[in-house]
Design a protein around this ligand. Structure first.
Ligand SMILES: C[S@@+](CC[C@H](N)C(=O)[O-])C[C@H]1O[C@@H](n2cnc3c(N)ncnc32)[C@H](O)[C@@H]1O
Length: 297
């Protein structure tokens, strides 16, 4: 592993605003951010190294008696955050709200966490973890909004279950996103935002929304051509700049996970998405990925 990566991994271990596979944090984010904002109550993080080498953080002084007393501001999470441009950008825009970026790669998280530290943005934190584990970190209704920013589109049909808007993932988000139970629907709560340059992921997500009867709030297959643009959508991420899909268009969807997602429909979905076409850039990308995988074999 490169020296630079090792330095970044070591740095985030000492950052108060980065938690790696945190334990005992469900329902405590209001208290965590209260401590982070309040410099005279530094957060004590105990690092536990597990037998598989993974370091888990236990928050030692965000104690249970504090948790219930603290009114939680709105909490938004950015999934597949990479360098965390959305967590940081939204944190700057909305200083009274709290933001958490989540990604597996510590060296990418380091970038956003370092910027937040440098600018003393105390409403932004990062969790290093697999997205699959997010229900362990948030209590029911604890999260107000989710941004999914330029996730890997998982172009191959056989990998559709890995797409971050597959019902398999939406069922996970439903466990902690407001309005996630499918009851007492309030379309102003529990919003998921997807920003992508992949037409395939965009059309796949629309298919999921349609098939499972979810509430579609907004969609565009060419965000920057719209007459009015939500200022939050103007935040640009690293991968947005790369334009890997070569679509030259940014696609954006806002929706609620306001219905139960029956498991039986997943098989129907699997067949229904076979026909979603790829555009030329995606086709080239998939062929290149397949060639790389063949080389590895
Ligand atoms: C294409 S990058 C996008 C990064 C960033 N949002 C951007 O737009 O620049 C996708 C990111 O998703 C992360 N990722 C992919 N699958 C993940 C998973 N299951 N759990 C956590 N992170 C994941 C990768 O580590 C990577 O940083």
């Amino acid at each position: 592993m490169g020296q630079k990566k090792l330095i970044k991994f070591a740095a985030i271990k000492a950052y108060e605003n980065v938690l790696e596979y945190p334990q005992d944090i469900q329902g405590k984010w209001g208290a965590y951010f209260h401590a982070l904002r309040n410099d005279n109550t530094p957060i004590v993080i105990e690092n536990l190294t597990l037998s598989n080498g993974i370091v888990e953080n236990r928050i030692a002084n965000v104690n249970d008696s504090l948790v219930n007393d603290i009114v939680c501001p709105k909490l938004t999470i950015e999934l597949a955050c990479g360098r965390g441009e959305y967590a940081v950008g939204l944190g700057r825009m909305f200083p009274d709200e709290n933001f958490i970026g989540i990604d597996l790669k510590g060296n990418r998280i380091w970038k956003g966490a370092s910027i937040a530290n440098k600018e003393a943005l105390k409403n932004i934190a990062f969790v290093r973890s697999q997205i699959e584990l997010t229900p362990n970190y948030f209590a029911k209704n604890e999260v107000d909004e989710i941004w999914i920013t330029f996730p890997d589109p998982q172009l191959r049909w056989s990998k559709a279950k890995k797409r971050l808007t597959h019902p398999k993932f939406l069922r996970l988000y439903q466990q902690f996103l407001k309005n996630g139970s499918g009851k007492n629907s309030d379309v102003n709560a529990g919003i998921v935002h997807l920003k992508t340059d992949s037409p395939l992921l965009y059309n796949f997500t629309l298919k999921v929304i349609d098939m499972y009867g979810l509430n579609l709030i907004y969609k565009t297959d060419n965000l920057y051509a719209e007459p009015t643009i939500d200022p939050r959508c103007l935040i640009k991420t690293y991968y947005e700049g790369l334009d890997i899909a070569q679509s030259n268009k940014i696609h954006y969807i806002q929706f609620n996970i306001d219905k139960d997602l029956p498991l039986e429909l997943d098989e129907v979905l699997k067949e229904a998405i076979k026909d979603i076409p790829m555009d030329a850039g995606e086709l080239i990308r998939m062929q290149a990925e397949a060639a790389r995988e063949k080389q590895k074999e």
